[in-house]
Design a protein around this ligand. Structure first.
Ligand code: ATP
Ligand code: MG
Length: 394
């Protein structure tokens, strides 16, 4: 009979880790073919026109007669001769047409934490899709991966064994003002990323250990480090999305301290609801601590991975009653399209050719868009309020 006994579990896990990393590496390489670098898809003229807030005819006309457009070089064509546009080019058109996104004077970058200590709630999926949608709209976005699992980092095509010195961990431990050095551009135009990897756990331990004398050395409380770091770069962004792991560790506490708004994705299932109640109790106590307490521009639950079953609908109804007014109107369905895309470390916005039915893809895209549009509208409401306050104070 096969023996179940393991005398040395450590090496057993080491073998799992080695074999697993090997597989992951191969999956990533396969996903990122042919040159192993992710690329953002291009957009047809209709999409480009919608994104630039113009008609396709005005784009054609501008390209034909306006030297400012011609200075950008010839318009790219696909194999069938149709015009295609990169997001970079669409952003240039937005500038030339005067339809670029500029948040109101006096407003601040949204620092949005995506959090919930329930694992698999949909935090990373929500965070990445939101970040990418904001960038497609022309907003300047920074994603901060605060989870040692490094899922967001993977989505941007980076292998999470990036150098520890290139993650947020070392910066928070050694020098928060050096945050600039760990920000990278990504394949997704308009989205910058601070990657993560497993070593974030070490940073977590160091920051949590009062004997490491961190606060004395830097004169900044370990929980204030991210806030401090982000304040040096936030002017360069409109939206900063912080993806947290399923925990309330020091990285998450830093994000709670640094955020101006909070998104909590949750599945409409009783166990998740129960966990969210517990999470809320914990957050109540965390946010009542003087060193963390601060106002929030928004606090919203996103009902996500909705199966559409009668039970899920009942639970959703309960969430809406219990957490009113803190539940977004839109819900995100659990779709095979998102499941497939995320399984390949991609998003619905990455897909050019749906692998399933075109209808299913369109429905999934519409659902993701609806959620993101509601969130972005909320951001704009925040910016208007901030701008009005600055105006009043002047
Ligand atoms: N709307 C959706 N439709 C289908 N699958 C989804 C959807 N949202 C998330 N998933 C899947 O659910 C799983 C968990 O999602 P995700 O990684 O976003 O959760 P998480 O809260 O970030 O997890 P963790 O707690 O580990 O960080 C992933 O495999 C993802 O593919
Ligand atoms: Mg995650």
């Amino acid at each position: 009979m096969e023996s179940l006994y393991i005398a040395h579990p450590g090496p057993a896990f080491e073998r799992l880790a080695d074999a697993g990393s090997n597989f992951l590496q191969r999956v990533r390489e396969a996903v990122n073919q042919p040159d192993q670098t992710k690329r953002l898809r291009k957009f047809g003229i209709q999409e480009a026109a919608r994104m630039a807030g113009k008609s396709a005819a005005s784009i054609r006309q501008a390209e034909a007669i306006d030297p400012r457009f011609q200075d950008l070089g010839p318009t790219e064509r696909d194999a069938s001769g149709h015009r295609v546009y990169t997001l970079t080019r669409i952003n240039q058109y937005r500038k030339l047409f005067g339809t670029e996104r500029i948040r109101p004077y006096g407003s601040q970058a949204i620092r949005c934490i995506v959090t919930n200590f329930k694992g698999g709630a949909g935090k990373t999926t929500t965070a990445i899709h939101l970040a990418q949608k904001c960038a497609l709209e022309g907003w300047r976005v920074l994603v901060v991966d605060l989870d040692p699992q490094a899922s967001s980092t993977l989505f941007f095509g980076l292998i999470p064994d990036v150098d520890p010195a290139d993650t947020i961990g070392d910066v928070l431990v050694d020098n928060p003002t050096a945050i600039d050095s760990v920000i990278r551009e990504t394949y997704f135009t308009g989205v910058d990323l601070i990657p993560s990897n497993l070593t974030l756990q070490n940073a977590e331990l160091i920051l949590a250990n009062p004997n490491s004398n961190q606060s004395v050395e830097l004169g900044i409380n370990p929980i204030d480090r991210l806030l401090h770091a982000l304040s040096t770069v936030e002017e360069q962004y409109d939206v900063i999305v912080m993806d947290c792991g399923p925990n309330l560790g020091i990285m998450t506490l830093n994000a709670i301290r640094a955020c101006t708004g909070l998104l909590m994705p949750m599945q409409p299932m009783m166990a998740d609801f129960a966990s969210a109640v517990l999470y809320s109790q914990t957050m109540a106590s965390v946010l009542s601590q003087k060193k963390i307490a601060h106002p929030l521009e928004f606090l919203k639950v996103l009902v996500t991975r909705h199966s559409g079953s009668a039970e899920a609908k009942d639970t959703e109804a309960m969430i809406r009653v219990a957490f009113k007014p803190h539940v977004l109107d839109s819900t995100m369905v659990h779709t095979v399209e998102v499941e497939r895309a995320t399984n390949d470390f991609g998003t619905i916005y990455d897909i050019e050719q749906p692998r399933g039915s075109a209808d299913a893809y369109k429905r999934a895209m519409a659902a993701v868009d609806r959620v993101n549009e509601e969130i972005i509208e909320m951001f704009q409401t925040v910016w208007r309020r901030q701008a009005e306050q600055v105006e009043k104070a002047a």
